[in-house]
Design a protein around this ligand. Structure first.
Ligand code: HEC
Ligand code: HEC
Ligand code: HEC
Ligand code: HEC
Ligand code: HEC
Length: 368
């Protein structure tokens, strides 16, 4: 279909291979204004997480009446446009009042101004060059913290002494773009003296988010994968010839190795907090900040005034391990986004925690 004309692109031909200017520059989009050919896109988008207006990711600020400027760039199309200056305001900050109730609307990705965004800054400080609609995915799916935040928090502190000032550092959610860029993106905590795999280049033509994800339904169609991979599902894809998780099983997808090592790491975090730090931790993925104290060792989260007690006995060693564990597991597509980097982050954390626990990684048969 022909791209719509816009002020900056009167003929509608500029960059049309990269960004489909299917819509006017910004919303709101009334059904009557949307062309019939868009039906398919609308139907698929409407069923996707980007349109799920009742989700916590879009309702979190309802009581405040507006979305916090620090959060708005990713939690509303309006905030995204403000952040990138697509609404005519300064780029790099959200300065306007962003209304609640917005979702990742059509105008987030169908905006002529996206073509002018040349780079996206990551929480690690990395400034990464982008082209077209990639700017959108990489802005919102980059997470909010990076390994360097952990490095700063633990700088100069004794490795195995609990410090009540240390708090869990959450990488945030759906951090696919951070995983994807690997060591080059600097999302994880990088252990000293270790090298990390860079961006997962995969194989041409698998070059960007939308090579695998339909931009509207967000689903991954498996058929195109089968051109190169012999497997029954994305989860079952494996190239690696060796086992990374000590199981020796190379008939399963690489996802299985990542999960196995994530489980091993969690067990070591539990053992370390118990035996070395002195206060066992309990992980509860359904409640922020996810890591809670079990000081009385009754196997249940401690409560104070009816509230769960957040874990406050972090040592530098457990904090960096927990950060890497959360970063890897917060990305359900880690095995497709960057299996190598995910495995490296887990392995190094396992090895590091093993030291004071007297657990030798060699005995676990793990492969980095
Ligand atoms: C860099 C982009 C970005 C920024 C900035 C950001 N978020 Fe998010 N946030 C996301 C994404 C992406 C998700 C979607 C995760 C999912 O549910 O798949 C999310 C999910 C959430 C959720 C839902 C979690 C859940 O369990 O469903 C909450 C709550 C949230 N963010 C709060 C915040 C708050 C508060 C701020 C500001 C202080 C903030 N976010 C800033 C990208 C961001
Ligand atoms: C998260 C980003 C994103 C959002 C949100 C989005 N689109 Fe798209 N849309 C794209 C991308 C990327 C393409 C290009 C797909 C391609 O090249 O195969 C596209 C293509 C299209 C096309 C061309 C036909 C097609 O399906 O390839 C239409 C029409 C369209 N979008 C309409 C819409 C409408 C209407 C909405 C809102 C209901 C919307 N889009 C929301 C990213 C998005
Ligand atoms: C304005 C921020 C924003 C942009 C731009 C954006 N996303 Fe999202 N994305 C989100 C949020 C927020 C969620 C979680 C929504 C929820 O929990 O309901 C999400 C969810 C997803 C999901 C998870 C679907 C699921 O079933 O949980 C995928 C996959 C995804 N986005 C891919 C993409 C891709 C690919 C692009 C670029 C074409 C993109 N996103 C652009 C904010 C964004
Ligand atoms: C090689 C193909 C591939 C590429 C490239 C890719 N993804 Fe994924 N992605 C997957 C698979 C496979 C999954 C896991 C299956 C699923 O959740 O649909 C996934 C999962 C996700 C999820 C979590 C969905 C959920 O269920 O919560 C998000 C968010 C996401 N991808 C975003 C992105 C973004 C953003 C990019 C670009 C930086 C990207 N993906 C690049 C294949 C890919
Ligand atoms: C053009 C060929 C091609 C296509 C299409 C393709 N892949 Fe790949 N894939 C590769 C190659 C080559 C590697 C190995 C890359 C490397 O290790 O650097 C790989 C590696 C992987 C791995 C890691 C396996 C391991 O053991 O480390 C996963 C997971 C994966 N691909 C998932 C997917 C998914 C999901 C799709 C479809 C959405 C897909 N691939 C489409 C060629 C392809």
């Amino acid at each position: 279909m022909a791209p719509a004309q816009t002020a900056s692109d009167p003929t509608g031909t500029e960059d049309k291979a990269v960004i489909p200017f299917a819509l006017p520059q910004s919303g709101p989009f009334e059904p009557a204004d949307i062309k019939i050919e868009n039906d398919q896109a609308i139907t698929e988008w409407f069923r996707s997480a980007h349109a799920r207006s009742a989700d916590e990711a879009f309702r979190h600020w309802d009581e405040d009446g507006e979305i916090d400027a620090r959060c708005a760039s990713c939690h509303s199309g309006e905030g995204f446009r403000d952040f990138h200056g697509l609404d005519g305001t300064e780029a790099g900050v959200v300065e306007g009042q962003i209304h609640t109730g917005g979702v990742v609307d059509c105008g987030t990705c169908h905006n002529a101004g996206l073509a002018d965004i040349r780079e996206v800054t990551f929480p690690s400080g990395l400034v990464h060059p982008v082209q077209g609609v990639e700017a959108s995915c990489l802005t919102c799916h980059q997470g909010r913290t990076a390994g360097r935040d952990v490095t700063q928090a633990i700088a100069g502190l004794p490795m195995d002494e609990p410090d009540a000032a240390l708090r869990f550092i959450n990488p945030h959610y759906a951090t696919a773009a951070a995983t994807w860029l690997g060591g080059y993106g600097g999302a994880g905590y990088h252990y000293e003296g270790r090298d990390y795999a860079g961006r997962f280049f995969h194989a041409r033509p698998v070059a960007s988010c939308n090579s695998c994800h339909d931009p509207h339904s967000l689903e991954v169609a498996f058929e195109p994968c089968q051109t190169c991979h012999l497997a029954d599902s994305p989860e079952a894809i494996r190239i690696a010839r060796q086992s990374h998780d000590g199981s020796g099983d190379t008939t399963v997808g690489i996802r299985s190795d990542i999960r196995g090592n994530a489980d091993t790491l969690m067990k070591l975090i539990e053992a370390y907090t118990d035996e070395v730090a002195g206060v066992p931790v309990i992980y509860d993925g359904s409640r922020y900040p996810y890591f809670f104290a079990d000081a009385n060792r009754d196997g249940a989260v401690d409560m104070a005034d009816g509230n769960p007690v957040a874990y406050a006995s972090w040592t530098p060693r457990s904090l960096r391990a927990a950060f890497n564990w959360k970063l890897v597991t917060a990305d359900p597509g880690n095995y497709a986004h960057n299996p190598v980097y995910s495995l490296e982050l887990l392995y190094d954390a396992i090895e590091d925690l093993g030291e004071p626990l007297g657990v030798d990684v060699d005995d676990l048969d793990l492969l980095r």
